[in-house]
Design a protein around this ligand. Structure first.
Ligand code: GLP
Length: 344
């Protein structure tokens, strides 16, 4: 059942409601999108130290229509940058929707979010809702390894601002009535329900992690890049990478998940949702390189993000790998002089 097709009642032209995100004319996204068209912007260090390297890209070899790449000196600062953006979103009064991601990368980010807002007496999160990328099939929502449980625990400190666990949305893959995983038919119905839900809730920001093999959420390499929320057969590499959350017992790692597809993220991005991908650590360097400079291909789902507006990658130096090595040390076809001036 590899790469299951969307359910029959869910053709590509299904009229899923796509309400316009309530954004103002002076919204920073709009500016950012305009500035970035046709360029890649590399930022090194903290937010604010920006060098525009438009035109330094050999477009015959790489194609990056508009990605902001922020390279932080270390994972802590990368987490700070992501946390700062999340806090901005939480503080925007008109912004109620936040798309969440799971995985180890997100832990330090949420710790920093909680630290940054700790003394913010005015923050009111009663109307916030969060929408997660994915959930395993085969785990009950109370299982410690389920993404329901991960998000409840990551967001628990928001309760003092009026946020309740009922405001957390994730694919429901468990049948409470039978106490068993949902059947294939129920899961297909859940995909349809979740896709519609995602598009009925205007999200300001969608967080993304990055799988070692370039997957996003649980959209696996070689799955259809136009797919909406679907049932995903997890690749052996993904299951092996995630075994660390299951006491290294590979057999305990579920074989399937329900996940937003790249088509879901594309629809979001085109209506104004900012996509913020965070990758830290040397083990992500290959996936980062493939995502930013490889072929845009289903073989690396993250590469597809280069075709979308409103996309930012926040990397630490280790995840940036060759990209940063090239930037700082070698004569490099990608980078022009000003960046070296800044770092000398
Ligand atoms: C899982 C999640 C992804 C996440 C990835 C990387 O596969 N479904 O959403 O991006 O793990 O997680 P980590 O941050 O632990 O490397």
């Amino acid at each position: 059942m590899l790469h299951e097709n969307p359910p029959a009642q869910y053709p590509l032209n299904h009229p899923i409601p796509l309400p316009k995100a309530p954004m103002k004319d002076d919204d920073p996204f709009v500016d950012r999108q305009g500035i970035l068209a046709g360029s890649v912007r590399l930022t090194i260090g903290r937010v604010g130290q920006e060098i525009d390297v438009s035109g330094a890209i050999d477009s015959s070899r790489v194609y990056i229509p508009g990605v902001t790449v922020v390279i932080a000196p270390d994972a802590g600062i990368a987490s700070d940058i992501a946390a700062t953006r999340i806090v901005e979103v939480l503080r925007e009064s008109g912004s109620r929707g936040l798309g969440t991601a799971t995985g180890g990368t997100m832990g330090p980010i949420w710790q920093r979010v909680h630290a940054q807002i700790a003394s913010d007496a005015a923050l009111d999160l009663q109307s916030l809702f969060t929408v997660g990328l994915d959930e395993y099939v085969g785990l009950s929502p109370s299982s410690p390894q389920s993404y329901h449980q991960e998000m409840r625990s990551r967001l628990q400190p928001l309760q003092r601002f009026g946020f309740r666990s009922e405001q957390i949305h994730l694919p429901d893959t468990w049948d409470d009535k039978t106490g068993r995983p949902k059947s294939p038919q129920q899961l297909r119905e859940e995909c349809f329900r979740y896709e519609a839900l995602v598009h009925s809730l205007p999200l300001r920001l969608q967080l993304l992690g990055l799988g070692h093999d370039g997957h996003i959420g649980f959209s696996m390499p070689w799955s259809d890049l136009h797919q909406r929320t679907h049932i995903s057969d997890l690749s052996p590499k993904t299951r092996a990478a995630n075994a660390r959350f299951f006491s290294d017992d590979l057999d305990a790692v579920p074989k399937q998940a329900v996940t937003m597809g790249m088509g879901t993220l594309s629809a979001m991005a085109h209506r104004g949702t900012e996509l913020l991908l965070i990758a830290t650590g040397a083990q992500k360097a290959d996936a980062v390189r493939d995502a930013l400079f490889g072929m845009i291909s289903p073989g690396c789902p993250a590469s597809y993000l280069r075709l979308l507006p409103n996309v930012t990658f926040v990397l630490d130096q280790k995840a940036a790998g060759d990209l940063l090595g090239g930037v700082l040390e070698a004569p490099n076809p990608l980078i022009s002089q000003p960046l070296r001036d800044m770092t000398s």
